[in-house]
Write a protein that binds this ligand. Structure first.
Ligand SMILES: Nc1ncnc2c1ncn2[C@@H]1O[C@H](COP(=O)(O)OP(=O)(O)O)[C@@H](O)[C@H]1O
Ligand SMILES: [Mg+2]
Length: 203
């Protein structure tokens, strides 16, 4: 299964989701390959057991890398631009859009959805889109309202797993690790394990 982790905004948790989902999927022994399609090359900085991270530059290289990948799971960490990320969409079976429940991050999702719908109509008929609520701070009441709005608007397209706002992700990243390696018993690591289970059911 090929998963594109995509949102045109930066700082929403794309790389964190790519790496932590990859780590959680690899933990059960399945092969996982991460393609870092962002020119900022944040994903290649991670060293996760069982996960091969490769840098890919340009549309042709990305297609070749996806076609060549024999891994059970191929995850694409996309650049923060719909235009630049567009080549990943026709290659994917699933687009995961990390969306923090903040006002400034909710806008723009409609455009992403249109882009995915267009790719589906252009022939990638089995392409699915799922929203992942990331960086959820339970202390912020307004975030609950935004999450409820997302669920009301997009229903089953919003994954039930919610990724909490937690310091463990930044700490783990500074050690070039997934939360799964850095602090396996943390709530953050548990959330990505739950996400992996939910994604497995979509396969
Ligand atoms: N759930 C989270 N809670 C707290 N911090 C997070 C969370 N997810 C990501 N971060 C941090 O936020 C920053 C941006 O995340 P990142 O995954 O790099 O976003 P993107 O790839 O979309 O630009 C990083 O410093 C990362 O460690
Ligand atoms: Mg990134």
């Amino acid at each position: 299964m090929t998963i594109a982790v995509l949102n045109q905004k930066g700082g929403v948790g794309k790389t964190t989701t790519t790496i932590n989902l990859a780590a959680a999927l690899a933990a059960s022994g399945e092969s996982v390959r991460v393609l870092d399609a962002d020119s900022q090359q944040q994903a290649v900085a991670f060293e996760v057991p069982g996960v091969e991270v490769l840098c890919v530059e340009g549309k042709a290289a990305l297609k070749k890398a996806v076609d060549k990948s024999k891994a059970d799971w191929t995850l694409i960490d996309c650049p923060p631009s719909l235009l630049e990320a567009a080549p990943a969409i026709p290659l994917a079976d699933l687009v995961i859009a990390p969306v923090p429940p903040r006002f400034q991050d909710l806008s723009g999702f409609a455009k992403l959805r249109q882009t995915v719908d267009a790719a589906r109509e252009r022939g990638n008929s089995h392409l699915r889109l799922r929203v992942l609520v990331t960086m959820r701070d339970v202390r912020v009441v307004l975030q609950g309202e935004y999450e409820a709005q997302l669920r009301a608007a997009f229903g089953d397209e919003v994954l039930s797993t919610v990724i909490p706002r937690a310091a463990v992700f930044e700490k783990a990243a500074s050690a070039h690790q997934a939360a799964q390696q850095y602090a396996p018993s943390s709530a953050g690591a548990a959330a990505y394990r739950a996400l992996a289970e939910e994604i497995r059911k979509l396969r």
